[in-house]
Design a protein around this ligand. Structure first.
Ligand SMILES: N[C@@H](CCC(=O)N[C@@H](CS)C(=O)NCC(=O)O)C(=O)O
Length: 154
């Protein structure tokens, strides 16, 4: 199985962690998703990583789908099968994915070559930081981070 990914991608790290926990070998194919010629374009219409290509050549995305796909393979189950327990794990995953979306949005707003310095929005980055720092999070134990994350500006 090939995992098209980039090493900094937090979504790819989630998939790689799950595969490692299950002892599943993954061949990493490192790509630059922001390169219009990236091979990912032919595999995932969203042009995002991670993207898993299985033994039959079928492509799977996005990371929650890949995690489900890999979890169904031999090895310890990491996603419970019982409905309520499963939904609670999926909620944690949705929260983690949302935080990673916010982090990636901040990063791209700061460095994406398609924007000029004048087009970069500090207000948009601040909005995303509210999520990363947890200021919008409810106090329910299921949705609270173990430790607060705070921004470190260079
Ligand atoms: N919901 C997707 C998000 C994946 C994602 O945003 N990947 C980023 C890299 S960390 C990407 O490929 N961005 C390229 C783009 O937005 O065009 C998932 O869970 O796999």
């Amino acid at each position: 199985m090939k995992l098209f990914c980039s090493l900094p991608s937090p979504f790819a790290r989630k998939v790689r962690a799950l595969a490692a926990e299950k002892g599943l070998p993954l061949e990493l194919v490192l790509v630059d998703v922001l390169d219009p010629a990236s091979p990912v374009a032919a595999l995932n219409p969203l042009r995002k990583v991670p993207c898993l290509v299985d033994e039959r050549g079928e492509a799977w995305f996005d990371s929650p789908v890949i995690c489900e796909w890999l979890d169904a393979m031999p090895g310890p189950r990491l996603i419970p099968e019982a409905f309520e327990a499963r939904m609670r794990v999926k909620r944690i995953e949705a929260l983690a994915d949302g935080l990673m979306d916010a982090g990636v949005a901040i990063r791209l707003e700061a460095v994406w070559a398609g924007r000029t310095p004048e087009q970069r929005s500090a207000a948009w980055m601040d909005w995303q930081w509210l999520k990363v720092e947890g200021r919008h999070r409810s106090n329910s134990s299921a949705a609270s981070p173990a430790a607060p994350i705070s921004r470190a500006r260079p």
